[in-house]
Design a protein around this ligand. Structure first.
Ligand code: 4NP
Length: 154
């Protein structure tokens, strides 16, 4: 089993989308996908209703997810940890205990060289069009990531 963790700040907007999108592209008997936030503001919460809506419009159900905070043992439980932006990256890297932990963490948009920006913009204070843009960006990144994972892991 290969395991992948998606990380953002609150675990209610971006990482639940990345979690749902990547999960939809990989066979569940070989891959486990989860998400977490670096902050504890939304532990136990449903994803933001706008993330649920944009996922649903694209045929993906994320309504069963619940927010949780990133924890040290995630470095042991996951093979790959993808952060949504450089701020999340710094927060996760600050907890790394050794080079092995450090090597597991990357910013998600680095997986696709054709994506010219580094950060998935935080849509929390935005509107539905911001959530649509985030979905499209994550769809593209997760498409590339799923090809890479399937190539190397199956
Ligand atoms: P996320 O967005 O990191 O994509 O889940 C946010 C959600 C909540 C907050 C900030 C960002 N907040 O400040 O509560």
């Amino acid at each position: 089993m290969t395991s992948i963790l998606m990380v953002c700040l609150g675990n209610i907007c971006r990482s639940p989308l990345a979690h749902g999108i990547l999960e939809s592209k990989l066979p569940s008997d070989f891959f486990y996908v989860d998400s977490a936030g670096t902050a504890n503001y939304h532990v136990g919460d449903y994803p933001d209703h706008r993330s649920i809506a944009v996922a649903k419009l694209n045929g993906i159900n994320i309504a069963n997810q619940r927010g949780r905070q990133f924890k040290l043992s995630d470095f042991d439980s996951f093979d790959f940890i993808y952060t949504m932006d450089e701020s999340n990256y710094k927060n996760v890297i600050a907890l790394a205990r050794n080079n092995n932990d450090f090597a597991k963490v990357k910013c998600i948009l680095e997986v696709d060289e054709s994506i010219q920006i580094s950060n998935v913009p935080d849509p929390y204070y935005g509107d539905m069009s911001d959530f649509q843009s985030v979905f499209q960006l994550l769809e593209k990144a997760c498409n590339s990531l799923s090809y890479k994972l399937l190539e190397t892991r199956l």
